[in-house]
Design a protein around this ligand. Sequence first.
Ligand code: GAR
Length: 222
Amino acid sequence: MSNTKAKLTVLISGSGSNLQALIDACGKAALPNAEIIRVVSNKKASFGLERAQKAQIPTAYHNLLEYKKRFPDTTESKKFEQARSEYDRDLASLVLADTPDIVVCAGWMHILAPTFLEPLKDAGVPVINLHPALPGQFNGAHAIDDAYKAFQEGKIEKTGIMIHYVILEVDMGEPIVTRDIPMRKGESQDDLEQRIHENEWELIVQGTKKAIDTLWKSRQSS
Ligand code: GAR
């Protein structure tokens, strides 16, 4: 089993620098026996899609706006709930059609619904996510901004990065690997962001490798 190549589907929304780290590591010592079989973006203009095409990896763009048009019925408290649910159901079908071993969210800025997570779980395909904060520290889409502000206010001395399993509660799943990032006095937010990204590029590879190793072990023992 350990000589089999793990098939990775990578979900992205933006620049795809973490996708690039995975592309560069696949088949090398840091991430042997892994290949990216598809990159899916929820944003048409993601630079990550170009990175994938350059590496000859199949891509897909999955457009939420179409679902919002198709399922416009919404109330303030349940905004586009049906659109999101149907979008995620189709995302699961799209992803599972390739029979991946694992799904890696690398800068994927869409909260995954049960209609995605349940079919993946049923198929035995773990979903992992990169988040630029330590477990329980700054959940959500603005973790780096929140950490920078908290340091300016004297509330924290360090932030961090984690790769974790995805569960319904946003950024709350079991951590696979974490790395502390000590805050530096006088550092600009741009410099902190850059420092975090450079660490992410190593950690996403480590976390993906560890999740694949765990998956192979669990398949061997079952
Ligand atoms: C990364 O910093 C990642 O940690 C963050 O999005 C960025 C994507 O960069 N993800 C989250 O905030 C998830 N909650 P990239 O597109 O260059 O890989």
